[in-house]
Design a protein around this ligand. Structure first.
Ligand code: C5P
Ligand code: C5P
Ligand code: ZN
Length: 477
């Protein structure tokens, strides 16, 4: 057996031993695409190892959630895609014997105690402990995949689970630099070997499997090609000038319906169009990227392409329907998939309405960051996704991080912050900004350098902005 991520192999073996020795396990995971795929990978590995378990999903792993998990009374609590930032709260239960904690995560280990080192536990599998970047090189699903591979015994081959690990990584936007990098590449290679994943260079537009061609181009906000992006007529005009059939039996063809040659025709015309409109070379090169498709899924469905798959998952778990997303990850189709598709329609509508709202209202400008408060206009579970989308929108600066607020409940505000790879290279670390600014106003937060979040008392918004603004200024000067 080879190791997908050699640097983590010994720790993975120790964690696997602990899990495999348990009479039963409570598996707890996070409510987003990466959390669901983490949960599905762990659940499948436990199932294949013959270990009884129950699964639970949490929005935040706070003290109450850990209390509930402890109350399920299983020998081992396996935390996936969270846990590293909450070792403070996990440790007392672990020490008191409520459970033995095993954590497979990629978040920044943190402590609420100012200036102190985060606590440590024996069974803690996190890329950051081994010099691997948890924001860009390995996701929660990736860490859980490493564990699942270490849990293989006689006759078990968990490499097919690489497909879910890649969905998780892409769900956490780890492919934004032209494809998956670093430790993630080892997982892709195993998935390709196992026949679960296909890796090809293709056009970098969201919706290659399901969107009608004009929509594919019109919605390509990430490329921002003048005369095409955000311009339905422009997109149709551009396509009509190419020598390809655009419709079959009256229906628009999709990207997947095009032949290899037709795809090349569109891609190179798109690049030429971009160059002629003065789009800078790095964005023109961004027209193509490494893409990942799942061999087992039907062509032309939302699950075939990992990035569309991850949107389906966010459409379930962020709307309190993690059960539906988990079922889809575990291979259930039929009713589960129908339900997921219904949820997806709502999610898409919410994203587009939310983004429109931000664009219309605009953002507030501080010295080193920009922010908006959506109140109850945007659901707090998706305000981070919308903040990320807003960073690419007109009227929003790309050279400063964005901080978004939404009402969590009567007492608390949810905060989501998003930056860019460029800002991170300049020193930005939003996990520090969120945890320190939140701590300063009596809240809590954490995450990754490029994307992080917090929960704070409602009346502390302006004090929080001031504090966050100051910390960002110290980081990038
Ligand atoms: O909790 P978790 O780690 O799964 O969430 C990470 C979040 O960070 C996701 O919402 C993901 O979209 C976001 N992210 C981002 N840009 C990146 C990396 C991650 O917006 N470059
Ligand atoms: O919720 P959102 O997508 O903005 O979260 C971004 C990142 O910040 C995620 O990795 C999430 O786990 C983390 N986060 C956190 N503590 C919070 C809120 C978010 O660690 N209170
Ligand atoms: Zn994650």
């Amino acid at each position: 057996m080879s190791d997908p991520v050699p640097a983590m192999a010994d720790r993975a073996d120790a964690c696997a031993e602990r899990v495999l020795a348990a009479d039963s396990v409570v598996l707890a995971s996070h409510i987003d695409a990466d959390g669901l795929t983490s949960g599905a990978i762990a659940a499948t590995a436990l199932e294949r190892a013959g270990i009884p378990f129950e699964t639970t999903f949490e929005k935040q792993l706070d003290a109450d959630a850990i209390e509930r998990i402890a109350a399920t009374d299983h020998e081992v609590a396996l935390f996936t895609d969270f846990g590293s930032g909450q070792l403070d709260e996990i440790l007392p239960h672990h020490r008191a014997g409520a459970f033995d904690a095993v954590v497979a995560d990629h978040h920044q280990p943190a402590t609420a105690e100012e200036g102190a080192e985060p606590p440590e536990i024996e069974h803690h599998l996190n890329p950051l402990l081994f010099g691997i970047d948890g924001a860009s090189e390995l996701s929660g699903a990736g860490a859980t995949y490493v564990l699942a591979r270490a849990m293989e015994r006689e006759g078990v081959d968990n490499r097919d689970l690489a497909a879910l690990a890649v969905v998780g990584a892409v769900g956490d936007m780890q492919d934004t630099d032209g494809g998956l990098l670093g430790a993630n590449e080892g997982i892709v290679a195993e998935g390709v070997d196992a026949g679960a994943i296909e890796e090809v260079t293709d056009i970098s537009l969201y919706g290659r499997q399901t969107r009608p061609l004009p929509k594919l181009l019109e919605y390509a906000s990430e490329l921002r090609i003048p005369g095409i992006s955000g311009d339905e007529e422009g997109a149709i005009r551009f396509l009509s000038e190419l020598d390809i059939d655009l419709k079959v039996d009256g229906d628009w063809r999709r990207w997947v319906d095009l032949s290899f040659e037709e795809r090349q025709t569109v891609a190179s015309a798109l690049m030429q169009h971009a160059i002629s409109r003065g789009v800078p070379p790095e964005r023109v090169n961004g027209v193509t990227t490494t893409t990942y498709t799942l061999s087992a899924e039907e062509v032309g469905t939302e699950l075939r392409d990992v990035s569309e798959f991850s949107t389906v998952l966010n459409a379930t778990a962020r709307y309190e329907r993690a059960d539906v997303g988990l079922a889809v990850c575990l291979g259930y189709r039929g009713e589960a998939l129908e339900e997921a598709r219904t949820l997806l329609r709502t999610h898409r509508r919410n994203l587009s309405e939310g983004l429109e709202w931000v664009k219309t209202e605009g953002v507030e400008q501080a010295d080193n960051l920009q922010w908006f408060d959506a109140g109850t206009r945007i659901r707090e579970t998706i305000v981070g996704i919308i903040a990320g989308m807003a960073l690419g929108a007109e009227g929003v600066r790309r050279d400063q991080p964005i901080v978004a607020f939404a009402q969590e409940n009567d007492e608390e505000l949810k905060v989501s912050a998003r930056g860019s790879g460029f800002l991170v290279r300049d020193g930005l670390d939003l996990s520090v900004v969120m945890s320190e600014a939140a701590a300063a106003v009596g809240g809590g937060g954490g995450g990754h350098d490029v994307a992080a979040g917090a929960t704070i008392p409602r009346e502390k918004r302006d004090a929080f902005v001031e504090e966050a603004d100051r910390i960002v200024g110290d980081q990038v000067d």
